[in-house]
Unconditional design. Sequence first.
Length: 555
Amino acid sequence: MNKPLEFNLRLAKLEAVHLSDIIYTIGDVKLTQHEIDLLSKGLKFIPNKPFHLTDQLRLYVQRFLSSSKLFKNIKADEILLSLFSNRKPFQQNLTKDEENALIHLRKRTDIIIRPADKNVGIVVIESKVYESKVLQQLNDTEFYEKFNYNPNVQIYWRIKFELEQLFQNNELSFRILKTLQPTKPSCATFYILPKLHKKMCPGRPIISGVQHVTSGISKYIERQLTPFVSQLQRIALEDYNIDNYIVLKDTNHLLIEIEKLNKQINDQNLNVKNITLITGDITSLYTNIDQNDGLETLLNFISCHSHLTDFSLSLNCFGKLLELVLKNNVFIFKGEYFHQTKGTAMGTALAPPYANIYVFCKETKALQKFINKHSSRFLLRFLRFLDDIFILLLSTDTDIINDLFQSLNEINGNLEYTFETSNKNIHFLDVNISINITLNRLETSLYVKPSNTFQYLQHSSSHPRPIINNISVSLSNRIIRICSSSTSKWFELYNLFLRLLARGHRTSNILQKILEVEYLDRQELLNRPRKQNKTNNYKNIILPYHSQLPKDQGG
């Protein structure tokens, strides 16, 4: 029997203590210096192990040699000796004390170790505190309900039945049916990432739905919806007469749009003094999308625009599949089962394109209202990356700016926008955007959050060497892409050099890689086709792989 969950409000409100460098603790946590040193290497650090020739390897080599008459006079030990005689002497990347600390940490049940939200550091939380911070969210009956039984089998058979019905009605092929059908009753797991930058250190809720019964359906709908995201700009222009509404794929896409805007400023003789830079954020986007409203909005969108892509589902089939994912989001935490009754979880694959299309349908009505009242010429660019918004407005009139804010906040009672404005500089994603009055253009440079601890992978980690060596290349590429001036570029490259040195990277390797990249042309890097994964995932920002964190429904 699992121990009943206990909620303690005092524990849920505990703040984090900055222990050392990148290590934080919450609650009554005792760590030795060796444990702190070990954790400071980062959660992606891989300890190495000495190489041993096993009897199984000898057996395989012997079988290979005996399979051909050409090798009958060659002995297995001679082959193995020649292959591995030139190996470098083994150097362990953990001290004996750190090895013991790793063994001890793995056995401890009184603490939970989590990466902090926003790449701030590593948090070691007392188990009781972690439980209370999780329950502080799960006890909110507006979004979650608790089950007193295991609902997995019931949901499993319900989904099987619904899919069979769609197959019987010839709305799903047999091949697709077998892909979507769950193989066994299972549900998602719930965990949080501590938000150290917020008061009382709440958790960012993450629902890992890899093994969920709806994971196959969610991935299938995600593949059906994603092509529509690239069509939203065209739909905004043709259906709503809104020019320059753009859903961003990544930072590189943002930089390309800024370069296009600079060309427009030059061609049309616009004065950058008249431009207002605006950034916005939609509070708790995923959890605040009403499920019924989301279903209705997506169905209306698909019925109007399914001809724009190779959309292969009937409207009824799409609605049934979407409803199965949205309304069966059941997850487990410490043996207790919960159901998300409002919104959709970050952990499900369809969430990003679903949210993108939903917000687009609401925003276009608000922008249309704003344009009808004022003029389309004021809206130079409206750029959105999921719940983050960047607007370039050709006006400094506070009445016009407030009208835009009011229009967006009135589109839907569940979507709440917060805005920041500036006539000098502002940051969006990982880019600092500034107005250069002298050159009459927009300049870009790298934006680094004050809380960033730069947890780059240590050089001594037992990762493949190409991964280690390419860290400086990828980070240098990122700087050259983002920084539009030589001054900011060299300043950031120098900072990168110091940060990599602090993580144990070799001086010669860093300088060689940085100098190689420095000769690359920025425009060539911006326009270079970027590799995409198999699911055409448009939501990846150009960030080093070790600093990416899940972005979900938290604020």
